[in-house]
Ligand binder design. Sequence first.
Ligand code: FES
Length: 325
Amino acid sequence: MSCSSKETHTVVVELDLVVHRRRVVAEGVVELTLRRQDGAALPSWEAGAHIDLVLGPDLVRQYSLCGDPADRCSWRIAVLREHGSRGGSAAVHGELAEGSQVGVRGPRNHFRFEPSRRYVLIAGGIGITPIMAMAAAADDRGADWSLTYGGRTRASMAYASDLRDRYGARVDLRPQDEFGLLDLDSLLGEPAGDTLVYCCGPEPLLEAVEKRCAGWPRGALHVERFSPKEFDAQASDHPFEVVLARSGRTVMVSSGQSILSAVREAGVQVLSSCEEGTCGTCETTVLAGEVDHRDSLLSEEERAAGETMMVCVSRAACAKLTLDL
Ligand code: FES
């Protein structure tokens, strides 16, 4: 997953948008088209971007933009009603009708669609939302691309027939009740040159794709997660210092405490949302020190570069970190 943005927590625009249109696009999936009240242009975005919906004081959720980036007056998202959700999908399904107002932050992009001659796109369930924008971008670029799209049943797969109608044989629809699990060995068995793989979907699919792509060139695979990756429970949580470069103050982060909470205790505000390393809201620029990355967003290259970190979960791999806070 790419995250080359140097956006920091200090520049946050929250827009008051209106649900211009609401429609059901699959079983349990509702699509919202959001606009400004006055119809003015929205910030630009590219395939892979997401927005935060501010659904309550402590309820902020991320949804991928799945419409057309050329449409500057509206943003489109699709939201699955999830049983056992922490409130985000229930709030969207239950409370956001046409005409409702909602606070929106973003867009941000931690899943950038890099240039390439060929793409293998893989989506599972509601993971189609960022992948759909990528299919359109790949087609616009004249790239050679394919999309394999799995879901529980055909009726549960949002935009399935639209995609098939628009792109024909490039799109392979694989409802599980008709075809079983995706045949990843055929799809990813042999590493292919000049090819990038983009995948979004449930964790078992991402893990299976990561396993199949282990022999692919470094940087070929890009995934986006809905839930955090598991990290070694034995990983060291030693205490360390954080220097806040803007004020010159030093904050102590104890073992078991996050940088986010230590910094907040010191009275410095840092925006956050998921607080589990999946959304990128708390991304902070690292000015000095070595990071123990524990997020589910940054690529291996970005981790190695050490220029940025998610302060809600990641820690120091040294005695002192200096952050642009
Ligand atoms: S708050 Fe979501 S990554 Fe830190």
